[in-house]
Design a protein around this ligand. Structure first.
Ligand SMILES: [Cu+2]
Length: 176
């Protein structure tokens, strides 16, 4: 009887944790994780729960949000990433891109340098060597597809380098 009760309790917890499948609650969860494990934790539960997938689809919107902020891929294999701007605001005020940085790069410094690189769509010429790959700067309804390979296992930061967006538009790709 005790075993049965425990089983039901475990099942309830499982159901409860799977209940919130809408993107809002998923986003909230990953953001909380992000804050708590800034210097990750490649072995963190959130990372462990993810399956590696080298086909990535991500969107950015007028609320300055990425659709997802944590991905896991297989190191040494080609990754295909499609990024779409699903917003309606003009590119000049709410453009988005996806910039994947090498693992030893200071993200905050990169974002600061990018702010003054308007002529090159916020990709700073002085720091191109810090980038693994990046999409174009996307206006409303636009999308871009890029391919890249992460050779070094571990955590790699990505961000939107449009001025002011890095504070919230950032995430990580874990290569395993
Ligand atoms: Cu952005």
């Amino acid at each position: 009887m005790k075993f049965l009760t425990l089983t039901i309790a475990a099942a309830s917890i499982f159901l409860a944790s799977c209940g919130g499948t809408d993107s809002t609650s998923n986003q909230a969860t990953s953001e909380t994780t992000e804050t708590q494990t800034e210097e990750l934790a490649v072995e963190s539960p959130a990372v462990a729960a993810l399956a590696a997938n080298n086909q990535i689809s991500i969107t950015g919107n007028d609320l300055m949000k990425y659709s997802d902020t944590l991905f896991k891929v297989k190191a040494g294999e080609v990754v295909t990433l499609k990024m779409s701007n699903v917003g309606k605001l003009p590119k000049s005020s709410m453009g988005h891109n996806f910039v994947l940085l090498k693992s030893n790069v200071d993200v905050a410094n990169f974002a600061t340098e990018a702010m003054s690189a308007q002529d090159t769509d916020y990709i700073p010429a002085s720091l191109v060597n810090s980038i693994i790959e990046h999409t174009k700067l996307l206006g409303p309804g636009e999308s871009d597809e890029i391919t890249f390979t992460i050779n070094n296992p571990g955590s790699h930061n990505f961000l939107c380098s449009f001025p002011g967006h890095y504070g919230v538009m950032k995430g990580r790709i874990i290569a395993e």
